[in-house]
Design a protein around this ligand. Structure first.
Ligand code: PLP
Length: 410
């Protein structure tokens, strides 16, 4: 018999979203008359805008003609890599530093293979689950605690040896204490943040880059929600900061900007300046790894991506993200009426609501029972998420209005 990978067994019970679905189904079985509305997940709901969608159709048609047919595109179509560099990074990267992928979650998983089982992870707490769970699958949980800070019980509820949690709470304005980062860590940092909706300022990111350079760490900067930033003073990419190309990889995608959650298209930037402790090139290893375990993103999707980055596509992305930010405004307004403290929703599609002293699964259950609304319990994102609830602005407008009406009518 084949032995089970012990690291899979080390994952904490039930991935968050299947557990939420289970509870929703159980409630629906008890209350078949209830119209349940979900404000829990980060899945997009609005159609792909026409110009970008036409490019996807055009991409499919190209495959049906001998003159335009294409097969594997390896690290991605050169036009797309150049457009990403030009539009998102002022042309600061050559195409060989931009790798096209099937999404940022997939890239994060592959990056964890790149760094291997000995890598120490430092994660914002709360955080998007793949940073911790992917590190555990890669082997981080199987080791003895390697962090000096773990004796105080802060290395994660249950103690994943190779994963250091960096609490982000109202007390530190949702920005972690960087002095806790150990030498040679992989620092997962997400801004705008899922789940808190907090966006790091330029001075905060400058401090993060300094901490990474000081400790010889690599930042995996997840900018999946960068298109939601409206405040011009807030950085949209880690590469706005001096020194970042020596210590940071950035992942991003078209999922939340162009509605490509089901299309699947993303990218990673791995600068040539980034090196491992022995001096080896991270870019060269990433190129080798992606060529080994990944055969490139769909070329249909890539034509859609190119269109999302031209003038008309940029206008459509702006309109689409404005729509979800409009939902976020409504949710914030309803929470304000109820005197529930929250952050996020202004430069991000997530609103992080505070329920001091409450267990977040209890608040989740109460919102489901009383208002028939599905949310996400904060504790599912890490120990510091306890007492919080995440509201997602991804939803149809009529549903958001109905939820806000239900919440404020009581
Ligand atoms: N990063 C963050 C912070 C996310 O919230 C999500 C999806 O919800 C992703 C990455 C995954 O995006 P993709 O669809 O590009 O895999």
């Amino acid at each position: 018999m084949v032995k089970r990978n012990p690291n899979i067994g080390r994952l904490k019970a039930g991935y968050l979203f299947p557990e939420i679905s289970r509870r929703r189904r159980e409630f629906a079985a008890r209350h078949p008359e209830a119209k349940i509305i979900s404000m829990g997940v980060g899945n997009t709901t609005e159609p792909i805008p026409p110009h970008i969608c036409a490019a996807l159709v055009g991409g499919a048609r190209r495959l049906g003609r001998a003159e335009t047919y294409s097969g594997y595109a390896d690290e991605g179509l050169i036009e797309l890599r150049e457009a990403i560099s030009r539009v998102n990074y002022n042309g600061a990267f050559g195409p060989e530093e931009v790798f096209i992928s099937d999404g940022s979650k997939c890239d994060i998983g592959r990056l964890q293979t790149l760094f291997g089982p000995e890598a120490k992870a430092a994660v914002q707490d709360p955080s998007y689950p793949v940073y911790v769970d992917g590190s555990v699958v890669a082997g981080a949980a199987g080791r003895e605690n390697s962090f000096s800070g773990c004796e105080d019980g802060d290395c994660g509820g249950g103690g994943y040896g190779g994963v250091k949690y960096l609490p982000c709470t109202p007390e530190n304005n949702y920005f972690p204490d960087l002095s806790r980062i150990e030498d040679g860590s992989i620092i997962y940092f997400c801004s705008p943040n899922n789940p808190t909706g907090a966006v790091a300022t330029k001075p905060q990111l400058a401090a993060l880059v300094s901490a990474a350079l000081r400790t010889g760490s690599i930042i995996v900067y997840d900018a999946a929600y960068s298109e939601y930033i409206r405040d011009a003073a807030l950085p949209k990419t880690i590469y706005e900061l001096d020194g970042a190309r020596k210590c940071a990889i950035e992942v991003n995608s078209f999922s939340k900007s162009a509605g490509f959650t089901g299309v699947r298209l993303g990218w990673s930037v791995v600068p040539r300046d980034l090196v491992f402790s022995g001096g080896g090139s991270v870019n060269a290893d990433w190129s080798r790894l992606t060529a080994t375990v990944f055969n490139g993103a769909s070329n249909i999707a890539q034509y859609g991506g190119i269109a999302a980055l031209d003038e008309e596509g940029r206008r459509e992305v702006r309109e689409l993200t404005d729509f979800y930010l409009g939902n976020a405004r409504l949710i914030r307004g309803a929470l304000k009426t109820l005197n529930i403290g929250c952050i996020g929703g202004d430069n991000s599609p997530y609103i992080w609501a505070r329920f001091p002293g409450r267990d977040s699964w209890d608040v989740f259950a109460e919102l489901l029972e009383k208002y028939h609304v599905v949310t996400t319990p904060g504790s599912g994102f890490g120990p510091a998420g306890e007492t919080f609830i995440r509201f997602s602005a991804f939803g149809r407008r009529a549903d958001v209005e109905e939820v806000c009406g239900r919440l404020t009518a009581h």
